[in-house]
Structures are given as structure tokens and as C-alpha cells.
Design a binder for this molecule. Structure first.
Ligand code: GLC
Ligand code: CA
Length: 545
């Protein structure tokens, strides 16, 4: 395998709105990001993935793009963006942008033009006549954000398709002009020095047919547009025309992806894909129903994906997910230990690790939002639906909390001063988590035992250790509460041992007879040689003899 920058780099996802506010308006921005590049460098980050910074009406905070060639003025200017790319590059950090092309904003000029039947952009979107004399949607599909996936526009005398929000009309990829336009966008940014793209909901862009979908309790119609043949054809074409011609990196957001499709997506289409089996392992049916953490299930998804793909995109958090410690670790007695155990896992798997801002500090979910504070539009829909089905107010709030995307979007906690040092404004766009006086970058920088310093050590260790970077992944069979695996490279063997639970776990003979030097552990004075037991959430990285 040829080694490219992304094979040895750690990716750090920035949600620009919540990272650092340079001008005191309560909203993070690009100059704010530039001011934190040294922080990211000292953490050991090699790539930044920026959630969308394009011009947008913010119906989905940038995942609704109104112009792919300009920067959201709340975040800065094109000159700021160029400066970010240059200054980062000088520090050895490359910038990856978010590519949102399943849909545009309804405020994009293509869409505005397409409302008129004779427009050259009419065929960029799915405009259809409705059923029953145009009074009902063309089919029964529902949107990921609730309600019908179709909206009627009187001026157009037709309905348009949107599998996400109303303000996110789907592009029609059957139209070759769409690919042409998107390729122009890709080249524009790559030529400006961007290192690549994280491709938003990229496995859903090809609608195979507009027939009615099977009835489901969640999103109806998906079987007509998830990972269709045309999806692969389009991505392969993009690869041929653009990606293969640049030294770049691409990663696809591919919910519901299976092994077979993942292998195709990562063969001359994209470089990597995100699988969601691991982070769905504590969910039942739909994301609002959280189940008890089942270590065995969690581990199985990871081992399966490590076995099935040569190179994974590993992550435990992003801007759409609740924070990970409450899900897979412990926020109380073993907060520190479990946060470090999860870090150890993320940084020692084979593949590119993706860290989400604040994860390196052990940031946690917001205690509980009330509907008047909700920023994510999905919350209002889910809350309303639950109340409609007679869930109590308390239960509804709790269920929304389980998947509330605002949880991971609260401002980054930089220090113990006002607004956690994120902004000088009176009000920030989302409130700061009240735990910021304890959990923040500055405090943790000054504490050698902090989660932040553990991440730094881990990332540095990973960088200098070819076995951790490129080594084969070999799982060791143990009971579900323990995770054990080898990373082997050119005769070097590194062994990773994790207790996924808060209980002491006794080790099987094949481990308790092992001899080795501990390279890093989340417990002081940890050794492996003749080790009989693992303490709560204990994690060890060992050089075996
Ligand atoms: C992806 C993004 C999410 C967005 C959705 C629609 O899932 O990660 O934030 O709402 O796509 O673009
Ligand atoms: Ca600002």
C-alpha cells in the first residue's frame, strides 16, 4: 500500500460555529480557527476536517449550501479561508472541506432558477407533478428531518424532492450537468490548496426510482436511493476526472453501509468511508432509543470492520452524535479512565482516526436543553412527534436528549473564564456547558494526568510507531468485556488490551502469561508481565517480547 499523508495523520473535525469566536458575536469563525492552529499542532493533528463554511441560510447550519464558491460571512471571507489553508500548511496541517452535494439550499441560485419550468436548471432537481390532481406528493417518501419528502411550490405548480429538510432540495444526479458543476467545485477548492473532502451523505445521492417506499416507522423510501449502482458509477467518474489527479483525501459519510458496498466505495471511488455500526451499538431501532452499552456488540462491530476493510475511517464522535463517554464509558467514578480507554481504542485501531473537537478534553453532553433552546431543527420535529404520540413531557425531553445534535455542538471549552474562552459576547449561539470550569483546554494543559495530555502522548506514540500506523490488525479472542489485539509490522509487535467495563476483569491464561513493556496506559504503574486482572476501563499499549 502506498502511504499517503492521511494514512499517518490524525484528523480533527472542527464545527466552525462552535470552535472559536474572534470578533465577539457569539459565533465561531475562521480567524478564530487560525488563532488555535498552534493548539492543534501541539495536539499532533495532521488534517483538519472543516464542517461547511460556505454561504448558507443556516437551515441546517451549513449543510444547506447557497453558494459553493463563497464563504459564510459569519465565518469570514475568502481571504480568511486562504490564510487558514496557508498557515495550516506551514504547520504541517492540511485542510479538508465538507462536500454537501446530495442537496443544495433552496436559496442556491440553481434552485431559485429551477422553479421556472423553462429554466436551464429545471433538471438539476426533482420537480414532479403530485398525485390526485397535483394535490398530494408524488410518492410516500418521508424526509430524514420529518414529514413528507416533497414540498409543493405554487409558482412552479409542482413538487420538489428533499430527503432532508424542506430547505435542502435534492440534486438530480441523473443530469450529467450536475456532475459537471460539482467537478468544477472540486477543482476550484483543490486548486486553492484544499487537501480533500468529507462527502456528506454520499451513499444516497442516486435516486434509482421514485416509486413508493416500503412502510417503516422511520424514513420511508430509502431502499430506492441507498447505495445504488448509479451511486458507484458517479463516484468512480469523479475519481477518474478529479480525485485521481490530485494528492488528496476523500472520506464518505455512508450510513447503513455494508462491507460489500464499503469495499466498492473505497476502490477507485473514495479513499475511506465512515461506518455507523459501532456508534449505533447502543441504539435500538431508531437513534432516540438508547440501550444499555453492550461491550460485546461494540467490540464485534469494530473487529468485523477491521477484518473486512484494509483501511478504516475510525471515529467515536462527530457533530451529529452525542458525546461518547456517556455512551461507551462512564461519566462519574471512572470518567478519566474511561475517556482515556476510548482514546486508546481510537488511536490504536488500523485506519485513520477522526477526532471531534472537544473529544480530546473529555467534553460531555449538555445537561438538558429545553425546547426553547433547541437550535437543531430536527429536535423540534422529534419533540412534537413524541408529544403527539402522548409521551410525557419528561420522557419526550429525555428521548430527544438521546440524539440531540446540539449536545456535541456547544462551544469548545478553552479555559475557565467567561463563555469558556470561546467568545466575549453576552450570549453564545448555543450555551456553554456549565462544566467548563473543570473541563477545558487550559486547565488540562497544566495537568499532566489530564485527558488532553493523554491524547497528546497517544498521538505522539502512534506517530513514531509504524506498527500502530501501518501494522496488520489481529484480534485476540477473549470474553466480550475485554478487547485485545495485536498490531504487527515488519517483526515489531504491539499489543493493545482494554477493559471496556467498570468491573475488574480477570485475564485468560493466554494473556496473563505474556511478557512485555508498557508503552502507555491510563493507569500509573501499569505492567503487563504476568498480569492477572484488568482494573476498571484499564487500557494498555504494550511492546511484546
Ligand atoms: C449529514 C450531516 C448532517 C446533515 C445531513 C444533511 O448527515 O453530517 O449534519 O444534517 O447530512 O446534510
Ligand atoms: Ca464570530
Amino acid at each position: 500500500m502506498e502511504h499517503k499523508h492521511f494514512h499517518s495523520a490524525v484528523v480533527y473535525q472542527i464545527y466552525p460555529r462552535s470552535f472559536c469566536d474572534s470578533n465577539g458575536d457569539g459565533i465561531g469563525d475562521i480567524p478564530g480557527i487560525i488563532s488555535k492552529l498552534d493548539y492543534l499542532k501541539s495536539l499532533g493533528v495532521g488534517i483538519i476536517w472543516l464542517s461547511p463554511v460556505y454561504k448558507t441560510p443556516n437551515a441546517d447550519f451549513g449543510y444547506d449550501v447557497a453558494d459553493y464558491y463563497s464563504i459564510n460571512p459569519e465565518y469570514g471571507t475568502m481571504a480568511d479561508m486562504d490564510r487558514l489553508v496557508d498557515e495550516a500548511k506551514r504547520k504541517g496541517i492540511r485542510i479538508v472541506m465538507d462536500l454537501v452535494v446530495n442537496h443544495t439550499s433552496d436559496e442556491h441560485e440553481w434552485f431559485q432558477s429551477s422553479i421556472h419550468p423553462e429554466s436551464p436548471y429545471r433538471g438539476f432537481y426533482y420537480w414532479r407533478k403530485g398525485r390526485k390532481g397535483n394535490t398530494e406528493p408524488p410518492n410516500n417518501w418521508t424526509s430524514n428531518f420529518g414529514g413528507s419528502a416533497w414540498t409543493y411550490v405554487p409558482e412552479a405548480d409542482a413538487w420538489y424532492l428533499h430527503v432532508f429538510g424542506k430547505k435542502q432540495p435534492d440534486l438530480d444526479w441523473h443530469n450529467p450537468k450536475v456532475l459537471e458543476e460539482v467537478e468544477n467545485i472540486l477543482r476550484f477548492w483543490l486548486d486553492r490548496g484544499i487537501y480533500g473532502f468529507r462527502c456528506d451523505v454520499i451513499n444516497q445521492i442516486w435516486k434509482d426510482s421514485l416509486k413508493d417506499g416500503k412502510k417503516t416507522i422511520w424514513v420511508c423510501g430509502q431502499e430506492h436511493y441507498l447505495m445504488k449502482e448509479g451511486n458507484h458509477t458517479i463516484l468512480h467518474q469523479m475519481y477518474q476526472d478529479v480525485f485521481s489527479k490530485y494528492d488528496c483525501m476523500t472520506v464518505g459519510e455512508t450510513s447503513y453501509v455494508d462491507f460489500k458496498n464499503a469495499r466498492r466505495f473505497t476502490n477507485k471511488e473514495l479513499d475511506m468511508v465512515f461506518q455507523f455500526d459501532t456508534i449505533s451499538s447502543d441504539r435500538f431501532l431508531v437513534p432516540i432509543f438508547k440501550t444499555r452499552f453492550k461491550p460485546r456488540k461494540f467490540k464485534k462491530t469494530i473487529f468485523n470492520w477491521q477484518r473486512e476493510l484494509d483501511w478504516n475511517a475510525n471515529f467515536l464522535e462527530n457533530h451529529d452524535q452525542p458525546r461518547s463517554i456517556a455512551r461507551f464509558g462512564d461519566t462519574k467514578k471512572y470518567y478519566q479512565e474511561s475517556a482515556k480507554e476510548l482514546a486508546t481504542l481510537l488511536l490504536t485501531l488500523k485506519g485513520t482516526p477522526f477526532l471531534y473537537q472537544g473529544e480530546e478534553l473529555g467534553m460531555l453532553d449538555y445537561p438538558m436543553f429545553t425546547p426553547k433552546d433547541y437550535q437543531d431543527p430536527v429536535n423540534h420535529y422529534v419533540y412534537g412527534l413524541l408529544r403527539h404520540y402522548h409521551f410525557s413531557e419528561k420522557r419526550s425531553l429525555k428521548l430527544v436528549h438521546n440524539e440531540n445534535r446540539d449536545n456535541a455542538r456547544t462551544p469548545m471549552q478553552w479555559n475557565a473564564t467567561k463563555n469558556a474562552g470561546f467568545s466575549t459576547s453576552e450570549k453564545t449561539w448555543l450555551p456553554v456547558n456549565p462544566n467548563y470550569e473543570k473541563i477545558n483546554a487550559e486547565t488540562e494543559e497544566n495537568d499532566d494526568t489530564s485527558i488532553l495530555n493523554y491524547y497528546k502522548k497517544l498521538i505522539a506514540l502512534r506517530k513514531e510507531n509504524p506498527a500502530l500506523l501501518f501494522g496488520d490488525f489481529e484480534p485476540l479472542k477473549t470474553k466480550g468485556s475485554i478487547m485485545a489485539y495485536y498490531r504487527g509490522y515488519e517483526g515489531e509487535m504491539v499489543f493493545v488490551l482494554l477493559n471496556l467495563t467498570k468491573k475488574v476483569q480477570s485475564l485468560p491464561r493466554k494473556i496473563s502469561t505474556m511478557i512485555g513493556d508498557v508503552l502507555l496506559s491510563n493507569y500509573p504503574h501499569a505492567g503487563l508481565t504476568y498480569k492477572k486482572r484488568l482494573r476498571p476501563y484499564e487500557a494498555l499499549i504494550v511492546k511484546v517480547k
